[in-house]
Design a binder for this molecule. Structure first.
Ligand code: OGA
Ligand code: NI
Length: 339
C-alpha cells in the first residue's frame, strides 16, 4: 500500500474530504489575533536575574517564549531550513523508502499525526528523527540531500546545548537548584520533527497540526522565517498567532515541565494552521526525559501548606505510550495522571 504523503502529489485544487474538519472544529482564522506582548527573551542580556525572572513569568502566563541571541548562528538556522526543504523536494520514490506510520520507529517520514488512530487527517508531512546520542542514530539518517547529516547533526548538537541551558534557567526560575530538572529527567532523549505543510487549497477547513500540547519536557521550534502558522492558546480561548521573527527560536514547555512544576508552569496548547498561497516549514526539537525517569512534582514545590501534588508519579515511558495511543486533540494527556 502506498503512503498518504502530501508532498509526493502535485498541488491540489480542492481539499480531500478526509482532511475536512467538522464545522465546530475549524480554525476560524478571522478570529485569531496577534499579541505584540509575546514574551521575547534576550539570552545575551547581562542582567541574568532579570532574564530568569522573565523566563519564570513567561512559563507561568504563556507556557512559551521566544529567545534571541541564543548562540546558534543565523547561518546554521538558514542551512537547517534549506536542507529540510530540499529533503521534502526529493522525488517521490526517494521519500517513499522512508515512509512509515509506526510511531515507535526511530526514523520515519510520515504524514498528518497518527494516521492509524485519527479520523480526520492533518495537512502535514513530517520527518521524525532520534538525535541523541547522535553517533547511534546518524547512520540511519537520510544521506540524500548530501549535506543533510552534517547540517542536521550540527543543528541538533547546538539545540541540545541551548535546551539544557534553558532547563537550568527554568529550574532557577522555580527556585530549584540549577541542575534540578536536568537530574530529574535523566539522560534525555532528543527527537526532531521536520514539519512540511504544503500549500493548502482550503486552509479554513483543516489544520497542519490541531490543538495539542507536547508530551515531552521542552520543545525548541525553528519557524519558517517567511510564513506564519504557529498559534498558541492564551487564557483558555484566545488563539494568538506567533509570527516569525528573524533569528528567534520559539521555546515551548511540554507536559513534563507542567508536571514537575506541579502545575505552576503551563504546557501550552498550540496548533499549526496552513496557508493557501505558500508552503511552510518548521523544525521542532524535543528534549524528552529518559524513558525510565520517574516524573513527579519537584519536592521543593510541594509539601508545605496547600501545595499538595497535583499529579501522581509515573515513568516517562508510561506517559509516552499513553500519548501515542490517543488522538492529538483530545483532553490534555496530563489530566489522566492527576493524583
Ligand atoms: C510540533 C508543533 C508547530 C509548528 O511539531 O509539535 O507544534 O509550527 N509544531 O510547526
Ligand atoms: Ni507541538
Amino acid at each position: 500500500m502506498g503512503s498518504q504523503l502530501l508532498s509526493t502529489v502535485e498541488h491540489r485544487k480542492v481539499l480531500p474530504e478526509s482532511y475536512i474538519r467538522p464545522e465546530s472544529d475549524r480554525p476560524r482564522l478571522a478570529e485569531v489575533t496577534t499579541d505584540s506582548n509575546v514574551p521575547l527573551i534576550d539570552l545575551a542580556s547581562p542582567d541574568k536575574h532579570r532574564v530568569i525572572a522573565e523566563i519564570g513569568l513567561a512559563c507561568r502566563t504563556y507556557g512559551f517564549f521566544q529567545v534571541i541571541n541564543h548562540g546558534i548562528e543565523e547561518e546554521l538556522l538558514e542551512k537547517m531550513m534549506a536542507v529540510g526543504l530540499q529533503f521534502f523536494r526529493l522525488p517521490p520514490e526517494e521519500k517513499e523508502k522512508l515512509y512509515s506510520d509506526e510511531p515507535s520507529k526511530k526514523i520515519r517520514l510520515s504524514t498528518s499525526f497518527n494516521v492509524r488512530k485519527e479520523t480526520v487527517h492533518n495537512w502535514r508531512d513530517y520527518l521524525r528523527l532520534h538525535c541523541h546520542p547522535l553517533e547511534e542514530f546518524l547512520p540511519e539518517w537520510p544521506s540524500n540531500p548530501e549535506s543533510f547529516k552534517e547540517i542536521v547533526s550540527q543543528y541538533c548538537r547546538e539545540v541540545r546545548q541551548l535546551g539544557l541551558r534553558l532547563l537550568g534557567m527554568i529550574s532557577l526560575s522555580l527556585g530549584l537548584e540549577e541542575d534540578y530538572i536536568e537530574k530529574a529527567l535523566g539522560e534525555q532523549e532528543q527527537h526532531m520533527a521536520v514539519n512540511y505543510y504544503p500549500q493548502c487549497p482550503e486552509p479554513d477547513l483543516t489544520y497542519g497540526l490541531p490543538k495539542h500540547t507536547d508530551p515531552n519536557a521542552l520543545t525548541i521550534l525553528l519557524q519558517d522565517p517567511n510564513v506564519a502558522g504557529l498559534q498558541v492558546l492564551k487564557d483558555g480561548d484566545n488563539w494568538i498567532a506567533v509570527n516569525p521573527r528573524p533569528n528567534a527560536l520559539i521555546v515551548n514547555l511540554g507536559d513534563q515541565l507542567q508536571a514537575l512544576s506541579n502545575g505552576a508552569y503551563k504546557s501550552v496548547w498550540h496548533r499549526a494552521v496552513v496557508n493557501a498561497a505558500r508552503e511552510r516549514m518548521s523544525v521542532a526539537s524535543f528534549l524528552c526525559p529518559c524513558n525510565s525517569a520517574v516524573i513527579s512534582p519537584a519536592a521543593g514545590l510541594v509539601g508545605d501548606g496547600d501545595d499538595t501534588p497535583v499529579y501522581r508519579s509515573y515513568t516517562y515511558d508510561e506517559y509516552y505510550k499513553k500519548f501515542w495511543s490517543r488522538n492529538l486533540d483530545q483532553e490534555h494527556c496530563l489530566e489522566l495522571f492527576r493524583s
